[in-house]
Write a protein that binds this ligand. Structure first.
Ligand code: GLV
Ligand code: MN
Ligand code: MN
Length: 417
């Protein structure tokens, strides 16, 4: 039997307190146009983590970090032997990110835990609030590094060796962040949670369009990411003839156009993105010697994703001309479903709170993808205004943020009881 409404954790969720913390975090790495640039393992990311630790300690939560830089705040349960229930998301952002992607899930978990404490019911299992390291994958690609290593899907040493555009390794950047959290104890990798729940903004328009407050996330569509390196030869723009040139830029453009044509579907389901395109030496009077570009390919049907992704290397090779091309797959993640039991717990909590809800597939990626492989996992969505995200205009009304947090609070209280 569930607790009566007035003693449920959700009754103690404070919309203003949550909004205040989101505002405070949005000031760390704030951009001029009202967004956030708080890329993984930057000084701003470290500051956000310190702030979270400070808030947690004020609430009596125990902080810890693991070897890949995931940050945890623990509310101790009554049963020290019980596996913890986990909830959170990420504090890092895209370079022109919004104020809600990721940080909402961390602060919703924080507010939910504060509400659980205020409800006076001490959970049996501990509850860990978590901020996963580098979900976005913008500075260090591919993303979801923290959750992938936590879940054993990627090797710690391999991830530590990844470098950013400036040549800084994850290992070096991690050491800087660790230094700024020097008083936070280390926790071992390999712990298996009892369950994981991630609250997140929808990042699509459906909930708002349908006038609904809560999305019960059914699963996450699949995604394959690639890096492509095209090598040509630098030459003088005035003296070299067309016949002599090995123009890496023209070859790369031909590849991207051919890929876009091949990925085109009348139904507009395939998601094909070349978000990074780096030309060297990038000088007006020099023929391009090399181009590095990224590919992000997504589709809800795993067979289609496999088929389309497998076409990428042959298409690039067919359009290389006199240049050479190397295609490297960075990450392969097929579509997945969250277990119905977790969806039911979320759905029932939303229904008890009289919040209009629906089942919804996540077309964006989330850390819950990796957690799902190690424990029962689920996600709660709240509306995103116009579906705008990965941009500074990202917005969700504070009443909706609080509603998702109420659902989360009751779900965590139930899972940890
Ligand atoms: C996550 O940020 C994604 O790119 O889906
Ligand atoms: Mn996110
Ligand atoms: Mn994101």
């Amino acid at each position: 039997m569930s607790a009566p409404a007035q003693t449920r954790a959700s009754a103690f969720v404070d919309e203003q307190r949550l909004a205040g913390r989101l505002d405070a975090m949005a000031r760390i790495g704030a951009t001029e146009k009202g967004g956030v640039n708080r890329q993984a393992l930057s000084a701003d990311d470290a500051q956000a983590q310190r702030e979270l630790v400070r808030w947690g300690e004020a609430l009596g939560l125990k902080p810890s970090v693991d070897a890949i830089g995931n940050l945890f705040l623990r509310l101790e349960g009554t049963d020290a032997d019980a596996a913890p229930v986990m909830s959170g998301s990420h504090l890092d952002s895209q370079p022109t990110g919004g104020k809600f992607d990721g940080v909402y899930g961390v602060l919703a978990a924080f507010e939910a835990v504060e509400a659980i404490i205020a409800s006076g019911v001490r959970p049996r299992a501990s509850i860990d609030i978590v901020a996963w390291m580098n979900e976005e994958g913008s500075r260090f690609a591919p993303g979801m590094m923290g959750s992938a290593v936590f879940a054993g899907a990627r090797e710690l040493d391999q991830v530590r060796a990844v470098t950013d555009q400036a040549g800084v390794s994850v290992a070096a950047a991690l050491a800087d962040v660790r230094e700024s959290l020097h008083d936070v104890p280390e926790r071992a990798l390999g712990l298996r949670p009892a369950a994981f729940v991630e609250a997140h903004i929808e990042q699509g328009p459906m909930l708002e369009k349908e006038g609904l407050t809560i999305g019960v996330v059914t699963g996450i569509q699949g995604k394959r990411t690639f890096k492509v390196r095209v090598d040509g030869e630098a030459a003088h723009a005035g003296t070299s003839t067309r016949a002599e040139r090995k123009d890496a830029l023209l070859a790369a453009i031909a590849m991207v156009q051919a890929l876009a044509d091949a990925m085109h579907d009348a139904e507009d389901i395939v998601k094909f993105t070349v978000g990074r395109f780096d030309v060297k030496p990038s000088a007006p009077s020099v023929v391009a010697s090399s181009v590095d570009f990224s590919i992000d390919l997504r589709h809800p049907d795993s067979d289609t994703l496999t088929r389309l992704g497998d076409r990428i290397a042959p298409i690039c090779e067919a359009h290389a001309g006199v240049c050479t091309v190397q295609v490297t797959e960075l990450s392969t993640a097929m579509s997945l479903d969250f277990p119905e039991r977790m969806r039911a717990v979320i759905r029932e909590a939303a229904a008890r709170l009289d919040l209009p809800h629906r089942d919804i597939l996540s077309t964006a990626g989330h850390d819950a993808r990796y957690l799902r492989a190690v424990c029962p996992s689920g996600m709660i969505f709240v509306p995103s205004h116009l579906g705008l995200t990965h941009c500074e205009a990202e917005f969700t009304a504070s009443a909706d943020l609080a509603a998702g947090t109420r659902v989360l609070a009751d779900v965590l209280a139930e899972l940890a009881s």
